[in-house]
Design a protein around this ligand. Structure first.
Ligand code: COA
Length: 255
């Protein structure tokens, strides 16, 4: 069993399921560069492991992830092409084994956009989701501008992406963003049982089927991630985005 590169990301294996856990509860599981690196590395390790057929991504019960650590939106490194978050987005797209997500608490920004790369998604009933990009003066990332409208239709995607409001797990299910909504006490066990059910099936057949289901996306997603990053980087330097990011950071200092 490989050790994670970052103490905020944990790896374990249970019944042929490689579990990647986001664990930075004191900051609502906000993602730092080292965490993205360990997430991408976990996907690669799991994809190459003979001990696991399926990957399960989870956070804490009260928080899947609040997305990118907002401190990372300040400074020059925030916009470089080779930032670890970009590598994580590509790793999600490259992963051949199925990815199951167990989502609870909140899933903001990349906490929601990473789900568009997952294959089975189970959420707790009190969970909320948010694609807050326009509220931050930014734009979609992680290939979401391509994936979301094709998954749920343009009008629904535009509603979630352009207005950037929080939405409930029930609405996420209605829109086709999650498979099932379960009571808080059951969501994780249910996600694990589905992951184990999948892991017990012939793995070559499951992987070939996933590849066929996602065919045609192989080239488009990397290009979309690059195009989105260009816009994102440009927007991050605008007075609107700078002011919004700064006000979040100042709120914290003042509090
Ligand atoms: N980046 C950096 N720090 C974050 C964070 C993020 N994305 N999300 C939460 N935190 C930190 C808070 O600054 C706070 O730190 P502190 O205890 O040192 O002050 C701690 O996590 C707890 O968060 P808090 O805001 O006190 O909890 P809350 O329950 O009132 O609100 C959120 C939770 C997630 C709704 C709120 O923190 C938030 O809006 N975060 C930003 C989300 C975001 O914009 N993400 C980027 C998406 S692109």
């Amino acid at each position: 069993m490989n050790q994670s590169l970052d103490s905020n990301i944990r790896y374990s294996i249970e019944n042929k399921v490689f579990i990647i856990e986001i664990h930075r509860p004191e900051k609502k599981n906000a993602l730092l560069p080292g965490m993205y690196r360990a997430l991408a590395e976990g996907l690669r390790i799991a994809d190459n492991s003979e001990e696991a057929n399926v990957i399960l991504i989870k956070g804490a019960d009260d928080c899947f992830t609040s997305g990118n650590d907002v401190n990372g939106f300040v400074g020059d490194g925030a916009t470089s092409e080779d930032r670890p978050s970009t590598a994580f987005m590509h790793a999600l797209n490259d992963t051949q084994k199925p990815i199951v997500a167990a989502v609870s608490g909140l899933a903001i920004g990349i906490g929601t956009t990473m789900l568009f790369h997952c294959d089975l998604i189970y959420a707790s009933e009190d969970c909320f989701f948010q694609l807050p990009f326009t509220r931050l003066g930014l734009c979609p990332e992680a290939g979401s501008s391509y994936l979301l409208p094709r998954q749920i239709g343009y009008l629904r995607a535009a509603e979630l992406m352009l207005l950037g409001d929080r939405f409930t797990a029930v609405k996420a299910k209605e829109y086709g963003i999650v498979n099932e909504v379960l009571p808080q006490s059951e969501y994780l066990q249910f996600a694990k049982s589905k992951a184990e059910e999948l892991a017990a099936l012939p793995s070559q057949s499951v992987q070939a089927s996933k590849k066929l289901l996602k065919s045609g996306r192989d080239k488009i997603i990397p290009e979309t991630i690059t195009d989105e990053l260009k816009e994102f980087s440009r927007l991050l330097k605008t007075p609107d985005a700078r002011a919004i990011v700064q006000s979040f950071l100042d709120r914290k200092k003042a509090g």
